[in-house]
Design a protein around this ligand. Sequence first.
Ligand SMILES: C[S@@+](CC[C@H](N)C(=O)[O-])C[C@H]1O[C@@H](n2cnc3c(N)ncnc32)[C@H](O)[C@@H]1O
Length: 173
Amino acid sequence: MNTIIRCAANHRSRMAAKQLIYPAAERNKDPILSVLQQYIEQGADKIFLEIASGSGQHVAHFAQQFPQILFYPSEYESRLLESIAAHTNGLTNVKRPLKIDITTDFHTWDGKITPESNVNFHKSLKLQDSSWGLRDINDLKALAEKNGIKLINIIDMPANNKTIIWKKMSITR
Ligand SMILES: C[S@@+](CC[C@H](N)C(=O)[O-])C[C@H]1O[C@@H](n2cnc3c(N)ncnc32)[C@H](O)[C@@H]1O
């Protein structure tokens, strides 16, 4: 019995060691949750795909608030997949994180980025990888329209962030 308890404790501390904690993700998780609570209907047959889950702090937080929804976290960086798995360990409504690359080819930037903090954020993303950066909303709208997705709302969030609500229109054949 003691051995089983020790094994479980060791497993928990190994998992905790793999959990990356981003301060920004911690600050943003409740403001994002309140938007999700406005748009997600409670229902047993819903699935939630999270793109670019980062550390996994967000999906772990959201999954506990929507136990009827099945969550699929995903990331492009392999090293983050372990952190997501560690944050979501034991949550029965979260699947193993998927490796998904959402690289898109945006060649132009016509819009203006404001304020200065977002200009700097855009530059810091570009420095890490030249294909990264803030996307022009007009480019996103055009791409969405091509794929039958409509822009529903743009919500201002703390720290000059935005939540953009999109809706996939039903496919008519
Ligand atoms: C600013 S972080 C956001 C992470 C998380 N959603 C959060 O709020 O803490 C951006 C994430 O996008 C991921 N990412 C970058 N390029 C990607 C790509 N081509 N496909 C999927 N994810 C990508 C990075 O690995 C990083 O975790």
